[in-house]
Ligand binder design. Sequence first.
Ligand code: ADP
Ligand code: MG
Length: 544
Amino acid sequence: MANIKKPMDIQPEGAQRYMGKDALRMNIMAGRIVAEIIKTTLGPRGMDKMLVESSGDVMITNDGATILNKIDISHPAAKMIVEVARTQDQEVGDGTTTAVVLAGELLKKAESLLDQEVHVSTITNGYNMALEKTISILREIGNKVSINDEKVLLEVAKTSMTGKAAEKSIEKLAKIAVDAVKIVTNTEDGINSASKEDIKITLKEGGGLEESAIIKGLIVDENRASDSMPKKIKNAKIALLTSPIEVKKTGIDAKIRITSPENVQAFLDQEEFMLKRMVDRVVNTDANVLVCQKAIDETALHFLSKAGVYTMKSVSEKEIKKISKATGARIVNMALDLEPNDLGKAELVEERKVSDEYMTFIEGCVDPKAVSILIRGGTKQFVETVERALDDALGVLLAVVKEGIVCTGAGASEMEISKRLAVFSNSLKGREQLAVKAFAEALEGIPKAIAENSGFDMIDTLVSLRAAHNKDAGQSMGINAKNGKVEDMSKAGVVEPLKLKEQAIKSASEAVIMILRIDDVLAGKELAKSEAYRNMSGWGSQIA
Ligand code: ADP
Ligand code: MG
């Protein structure tokens, strides 16, 4: 007779199942561990992580998204926290560490509420209420900024790069980033729109950062098709073609009977004639620059050289589209279909040598909707670090330009929200009050981490910060990482997009609420066997 007391196995041997509190505690722990790993990198004086890849390549960075992308994380709940960083990176491009640290703090506070026998659903309800309130508080404390407010835009760019690149580079890069964003922004009915797609970053090792520049136009990674073409064209009139300039090689069907030398000559003449017709068409439209997506026959190149046309061949479709956008040129299929009004314009098209390679610069476009940024620097590591910093700066600038609101950084906004949430929690009746208070305390995790990572006394700094916020007009008071003082960080120029804060708090709380709702973890055989998963209990001892 079957033993009916034995629980029924629905999973194969080796699979694992955690239920109820066990599942919850394990997931909280896994999420907190991820947050702890990158917490020490938060803020301008945060530490770096050295990442060693299986190939032996070493990367040193303090960029939250980069770190979490590179390390292998197998625990499902930990992966949900990594996802928070990824979303933040996609949506804003900066604030990844902030988002993850917040998630860690929210999990920690939830854990102590669970210890006090507060039910999970009370916690998730309270967190949801706090999130909603936070979003409205953010709008109250934010400041409006317009695209013409160069000073604030520069501050936003610099804030995002602090600690990511050398101080001297930051000035230069901030200016480049602000110029680039201004150029690609479209304003219609008072609403700004802009896309990162329109900003192309080109990295070139060699030279110094001071040689980096913004090109109001494009840099194409191609040179002239022939040395006998002009190197430089002023008042360029640009033609874009997608089909090759070739005469189709005669196939079997169209075999021509060549019986005498005159016949060969006639055939060649015919081919040459057709190529000449195509080139003439281009030249007759008055084009002096030709960009072709496909190949160009040698003979045609010869004709183009003679006509003084700067020609590039085998240029990618993506690049052609960008040139079209920047110069206003219409993309045409066949040379014979080209018309004068298909041409785009630029003040200058020039081949220049950058390091050891030749590139084509298309500059002075009438209304460039796309721009290129050329980054120069001694080593590959250096230019890559600069690229990551610049990417953050472009992300925050686009967010500010689109939304038009900034908040104070350096822990000021988080502290102010925390204070206002605590007041709000007192107005609540049920046990949710405890969860809203916990949410408020979790936000203090940001200024705490900034103070700690900068080497300041955490308790003292936090006490003075709280006191500063309790005074009138104290909402911009934050921790200056440079001197350890609690001061008005808006005046000090540490400002960030509202979007960054909002997205970080939103994704962190959403992920945490999702984790808290899980009461059962069913792991398949393979995952249950994995080292990381089995070591869960061991990891717990690593965090306080
Ligand atoms: P994230 O990945 O979240 O952007 P960062 O390491 O870039 O992490 O740190 C961002 C935090 O550092 C923000 O809270 C920002 O306001 C703060 N911060 C930037 N500059 C300063 C400064 N000069 N003093 C104090 N905090 C600063
Ligand atoms: Mg940052």
